[in-house]
Design a binder for this molecule. Structure first.
Ligand code: UFG
Length: 338
């Protein structure tokens, strides 16, 4: 089955391409390389032994997307392509709404036009904000988003749901990711942040590699075990495999108007300091870090209840936080040498 993977040269997208390929799907990458690098294709070749078809297309461009769907006969779409920098989205909201919602609407329209029925969407635990009760289930109420980026995820979920219920030909799943970390164990692909990383693990591995002076831990006065924020850190390969399961579920789903959402996390929360300690132990090194002020807008603590994904998607995590941090460090060492 041929699957369009928008954003397939990105961090989660590229790992999903590998898992699709090894599960017998035929992934086709659609990416405009806005926040990624074509060199990823070589890494994918090294892992899969196959040249994964790649189209340099911006998914907001309806005619280009239509021509692609005319050429390739897709059986499904996994839509990763989106802007994802929370801070930038606050400074430039229209850029985020235009791109993230525009590409989604184009894809759904063109899927309908070409009778492509299976759609998997990259959503985020950001739709829960700071929940009152933990862990969060899929029934935990969504709270008003704290950034335009987060808002695009919540609005996108609503657009997909409304579309599914108006057009029975489309079936869809939104996967709410928790915090993806790590890299492919081969170190052929991983996260490639442009400029100074916003996220914890790429910043941490750059600091460990001597590319940054010191890691700043944003606040240690939260109401958590050691005062630092709690997140549900999930190995990116485990997360990638959830997309394969989602497609398989959609393929086997005969019910029209099928739409569902799944949390994709480990079910376990770790503090930032616990993650740092695990990184040091897993890689046998000492990290230079210090405590700084809180980062505005940070959620204090969030982790998933992943029972629904375990039972309905028949998916579960296989890797530990130490595995993730060993793989992240192996990848960082490889790209630092280049
Ligand atoms: N952190 C630091 N120092 C850093 C970077 C991060 O202490 O240099 C801390 C943050 O304060 C936070 C934790 O590490 O407590 C995780 O931060 P990340 O930026 O890695 O991840 P976030 O949880 O803030 O963001 C992630 C995704 C977003 C998504 C959000 C939803 O990157 O796309 O989860 O909660 F919107």
């Amino acid at each position: 089955m041929k699957i369009a993977v928008t954003g397939g040269t990105g961090y989660i997208g590229s790992h999903t391409v590998v898992e699709l390929q090894s599960a017998g799907f035929e992934p086709v990458i659609v990416d405009n390389l806005y926040n990624s690098n074509q060199e990823v294709l070589q890494g994918l070749y090294n892992i899969t032994g196959r040249d994964i078809p790649f189209y340099n297309i911006d998914c907001t461009q309806e005619q280009a997307v239509r021509e692609l769907f005319e050429k390739e006969k897709f059986d499904g779409v996994i839509h990763f392509a989106a802007y994802k920098a929370v801070g930038e989205s606050v400074a430039e909201p229209l850029k985020y709404y235009e791109n993230n919602l525009g590409s989604l609407i184009v894809l759904l329209k063109v899927m309908q036009e070409f009778g492509v029925s299976n759609f998997v969407f990259s959503s985020s635990c950001t739709v829960y904000g700071q929940p009152d009760t933990l862990p969060v289930t899929e029934d935990t109420p969504r709270l008003p988003a704290t950034s335009p980026y987060g808002n695009t995820k919540a609005i996108s979920e609503d657009i997909i749901r409304d579309f599914v219920f108006s057009k029975p030909a489309i079936k869809a799943i939104s996967l709410r990711y928790f915090n993806p970390v790590g890299a492919h164990p081969s170190a052929e692909i991983g996260e490639l942040p442009l400029g100074v990383p916003n996220n914890l693990v790429p910043y941490l591995t750059q600091a460990a590699a001597g590319l940054r002076d010191t890691l700043v831990v944003f606040g240690d006065d939260y109401d958590t075990a050691d005062g630092t924020c709690v997140r549900d850190f999930i190995h990116v390969v485990d997360l990638a495999k959830a997309h394969v399961k989602a497609l398989e579920l959609l393929n086997g789903q005969s019910e029209p108007n099928y739409y569902d959402v799944f949390n994709v996390g480990t079910g376990q929360g770790n503090t930032v300091l616990e993650l740092i300690k695990t990184f040091e132990e897993a890689n046998n090194l000492k990290l230079n870090y210090h405590i700084g002020p809180r980062r505005p807008g940070d959620v204090e603590k969030i982790w998933a209840q992943s029972d629904k994904a375990n039972t309905v998607l028949k998916w579960k995590t296989e890797k530990t936080l130490a595995d993730s941090l060993r793989d992240a460090w192996r990848w960082q060492q490889k790209i630092t040498k280049k």
